[in-house]
Design a protein around this ligand. Sequence first.
Ligand code: DUT
Ligand code: MG
Length: 590
Amino acid sequence: MQERDYSKLHRGLVLKYFWQVARRFKWPFFNVIILTIANSALDVFIPFQYLKLWNVLSANNFTAVSEAKSIILFVLFLNFSRWLMRRSGSFSLAYFQANTMAGLREQAFSYLIGHSHSFFANNFSGSLTQRISKYARAFEKITDRIMADGLPLLVRGLGTVIAIYTLFPKYSYIFAIFCFVFLLTAAIYIRYKLKYDVIAAEADSRTTGALADSIGNHASIQLFTGHQHENKLVGEVIQDQKRKIVFNWYLWEGLQAIQSFYSLIVEFVIFWFVIGDWKLGLITLPVIVLLQNYLIRLFDNLYSFGAIVRAYYESFADAEEMAVILDTPYEITDKPKQMIENVKGEVVFENVTYVYENNNSKVLENFSLKIPVGQKIALVGSSGAGKTTFVRLLMRLFNLNSGRILIDGVNISDIPLANLREKIAFVPQDPVLFHRTLLENIRYGRRTASNEEVLEAARLAHCDQFIDSLPFRYETYVGERGIKLSGGERQRVAIARAILKNAPILILDEATSSLDSHSEALIQDALRTLMKGKTTIVIAHRLSTIREMDRIIVLKKGKIIEEGTHEELTNKADGLYKKLWDLQAGGFVK
Ligand code: DUT
Ligand code: MG
């Protein structure tokens, strides 16, 4: 978890994105505010009626009964209005919060998912998921505190001071000073305490992390009998968290202690004065009862202030993590200049240089390559040579550092992203699937495809062999990331998607590496059909699968070191390709 700095919260940023969604529901929002204010004002006004009632009853004359009755009828009316406002306010708040939270989740997801490949490489998906829900919850937390405590505190605090002023100014000054000191102390104290909140929150995420790491490695723990060892490691983290939490809770208790001490003193001071004023006949019994009534109610409200300040900081800090992402422009800008239609499939790399952010070494440097329309090329080379990077650049998952890439003579950075990617079918090295049905997963290749077309693609990719043996066949859910399928089965699903997509440029990154030789031979057949008339880039370590390619390109550290057909390259006396081929074919180097 990142170190939080509460003094530098981007409040404006958070409010800007909250408002973007909340303004769609501004009527329920204003409704809640007005009802809450009116309701809190009545809370202050009603005890006044009781004061009148005591006065009437203590006067003890003939008209007292009817007057008293009309007062309590009026109180009934006020209480009924309060009930009505409170209830409809709650409904409005529920409507407003639920709608805005849903809107915030949609807003956050919709923007976040458009970020670039590198963004996701640099941020854990688990923590991003958490940020979206924390963002929406922060909104709920802050609006809850404002409507339930903040606004009522403001109105009742002010209302009480004004009400008492009309009766007896001296006491209103005492009340006002008391409120001010009470709130100031709480605000300062909580600000000081925030850094311990951060420490406690960090300890909490450390515990979560340690638990997740150990549970995720359950297989290793069992294989290496690490149970006791893990108990000790995880136990230490839990104990450390305990120490931090206890200290934090003690701090909270400290604030409560100071506040209740204030209350005790102010109550004493007020009634000390009251006795004096009563002796002088300046204050009547009903007013004394009223004062005490106000005092008790105000204590309740004031105690909630600590929770408001805390919720305020926490909510803004939680929401800020997401607001910053919303404010980060996309790395890959989509400025549609030129659509490509009827793509023939000529691919040209011109002096392309690319460096990964986290890695200083250049993966591709001054790399040039021309693939004529319909040519089938193979990229080979040792692990880390830059093969996957090459195809990612062609799909514009990253921006180049220099150089350019052209498809049919059009620079790919001028082509709208959706248009570019619609023209390329890609089977990745390690396909990841949605936790949805097989049918939906395959259909992702072309979401408008009919069931028959999906089944046909599945048959061509030899998916039907394993799908038919599953209990729910095409309706089977594949588990998170496709974990319930074997590596080879996932590859076949990815190939079926590519077949369904049927785009003019086809890229296969180790597409059949996890298949057994028999399935691979069958799928090669299907792929051969698929490649017909398409520009194809095949990446493979198993060289037997690329023998028939028009051109084989051997990469080493991002540079082309050999190229030619299989025959040409195997005839080159001391070429790298020949060495690899001999290794794979004969099992040893002569
Ligand atoms: N690399 C990064 N960051 C990334 C991905 C890769 O720094 O997000 C580095 C690692 C590697 C180089 O880029 O040294 C090339 O990686 P690539 O995935 O292009 O290699 P490959 O040729 O596809 O290797 P393999 O055969 O193992 O798939
Ligand atoms: Mg690769």
